[in-house]
Ligand binder design. Structure first.
Ligand code: S3P
Length: 180
C-alpha cells in the first residue's frame, strides 16, 4: 500500500463543529492508522469532561492540560502512525506549533463556512466556547489566521461526507510527498 509512505501524524485542525473527530476517525480507518482525539485524551487524563474543566477550573487550566496532552499524543505518535484530531483552540495557541512541527506532523485545516458551523453547533450544549452567535463569529474570524497556516486545507462543508473529506485530504497529502 502506497499509504505506508505517507507522513505521520496527520494533525486535523479547524473550528468547533468542523468535523475533526469524525473525519479523523474515518481517515484513520481508511489508512489503518491509530486515531487520537485530543479532547478525549484530555478527558481521560483529567478524569472529567472538557466542559467540566472549563466550568470548574477555567480556560487557562484547560489550555495547560491541552498543551501537556498534545505533547503526550505527539510522543505516542512516534511509535505508531496516527491521525490526531486537535480541539478547536489548540492550534490558536502558538506554543503548540513547534512541537507539532518537530514531530513531523502534517497539519490539515478542515474548512467549513462559518454559517454552516453555526448551524452545526447550535444546540450543542457541550461546547464551552459557544456562547452566542456574535462571539462565535468573532472567535472564528480571529482563529482563521492560525488555521490558514496549516500545510493543507480541505473543504469540509457543503454536505461533503466524512469519506469525501477524507479523500480530499489524502489527495493533498499524497501530493506533498510524490512517490517515485
Ligand atoms: C475548544 C474546542 C473544543 C474543546 C474545548 C475548546 C475551542 O473542541 O477543545 O471546548 O477552544 O474551540 P472541538 O473543536 O472538538 O469542539
Amino acid at each position: 500500500m502506497g499509504d505506508i509512505a505517507l507522513p505521520s501524524p496527520l494533525v486535523l485542525l479547524g473550528f468547533m463543529g468542523s468535523g475533526k473527530s469524525t473525519v479523523g476517525r474515518e481517515l484513520a480507518h481508511r489508512l489503518g492508522w491509530h486515531f487520537c482525539d485530543l479532547d478525549k485524551r484530555i478527558e481521560a487524563a483529567a478524569g472529567t469532561t472538557v466542559a467540566a474543566i472549563f466550568s470548574q477550573r477555567g480556560e487557562a487550566v484547560f489550555r495547560e492540560l491541552e498543551h501537556r496532552e498534545l505533547l503526550g499524543a505527539l510522543g505516542a505518535a512516534r511509535q505508531r502512525r496516527t491521525v490526531l484530531a486537535l480541539g478547536g483552540g489548540t492550534f490558536a495557541q502558538e506554543r503548540n506549533h513547534e512541537p507539532i512541527r518537530a514531530a513531523g506532523g502534517v497539519t490539515v485545516f478542515l474548512e467549513v463556512p462559518v454559517e454552516e458551523l453555526l448551524l452545526r453547533c447550535a444546540g450543542m450544549a457541550n461546547r464551552p466556547l459557544f456562547r452566542d452567535e456574535a462571539s462565535f463569529r468573532a472567535l472564528h474570524e480571529f482563529r482563521l489566521g492560525y488555521y490558514r497556516q496549516a500545510a493543507i486545507t480541505a473543504a469540509a462543508g457543503g454536505g461533503a461526507t466524512p469519506g469525501e473529506v477524507s479523500e480530499r485530504v489524502l489527495e493533498q497529502v499524497r501530493r506533498l510527498r510524490p512517490r517515485p
